[in-house]
Write a protein that binds this ligand. Structure first.
Ligand code: NAG
Ligand code: NAG
Ligand code: NAG
Length: 188
């Protein structure tokens, strides 16, 4: 029994293992998380800005790209592509700090709930050129909507976190809205 075990271990160690190592000539994956953690501490940044969704008029920032025929904007399935300005203050004339580029779609049949798939790209200060990506549910008539940050680029590489959206003004005729965002983004 003992000699069988010894033989088995011998076989495993000297025959199987070297053959496993000898065939692995490339490096498929490497553990980098610890290296990053040693160099940088993860930190959380709070961003505060206003989002302007201009649906009507000649300065519209959205375009309907899909949806059922002859439907109004609030109908289930309607999908809009946006390039919405983000500003420091609630007025559209206040300093622009970025853009919200992506799409929102009416994702509920009997409710006003949006699917948001949006990149928020910043154009000011140390975050110029960096972006965060949001993928979430936006139940637009709730006072505060929470949406997950699923990633980011530049200063926000490896980002995760959440965005809190609060509508400060909405024009029920045109659908134009000003939304305040408080974003908590954790990144390196
Ligand atoms: C469109 O934008 C221009 C320039 O910012 C502005 O002067 C004009 O009043 C805007 N028009 C509408 C309908 O909002
Ligand atoms: C959409 O509207 C047009 C013009 O009003 C009409 O001819 C067409 O039949 C409508 N289509 C549907 C699917 O209701
Ligand atoms: C942001 O970066 C772009 C591209 O590098 C540059 O053209 C622009 O001047 C920068 N803006 C600010 C406010 O630094």
């Amino acid at each position: 029994m003992a000699s069988f075990l010894t033989y088995s271990l011998f076989t495993l160690y000297f025959i199987l293992f070297p053959s496993i190592f000898s065939i692995s000539q490339g490096v498929f994956y490497e553990e980098l998380a610890q290296g990053i953690a040693l160099k940088h501490e993860e930190k959380t940044t709070h961003l505060h800005f206003y989002f302007h969704d201009i649906v009507g008029g000649k300065n519209s920032t959205v375009v309907r790209i899909a949806g059922p025929p002859n439907s109004s904007i609030g109908n289930f399935g309607n999908t809009m592509m946006m390039d919405d300005p983000l500003t420091e203050g609630p007025q559209i004339t206040s300093k622009m700090i970025g853009k919200a580029q992506g799409l929102y779609a009416m994702a509920a049949q009997n409710d006003f709930s949006l699917l948001m798939v949006v990149n928020y790209v910043f154009t000011e200060g140390i975050y110029n050129g960096s972006s965060i990506s949001i993928l979430g549910r936006n139940h637009i008539f709730d006072d505060i909507r929470e949406m997950p940050i699923v990633g980011g680029s530049g200063a926000f590489r490896l980002a995760h976190g959440y965005a809190l959206a609060h509508t400060v003004q909405i024009d029920m005729e045109t659908g134009d809205a000003i939304v305040e965002y408080n974003v908590y983004v954790t990144h390196y």
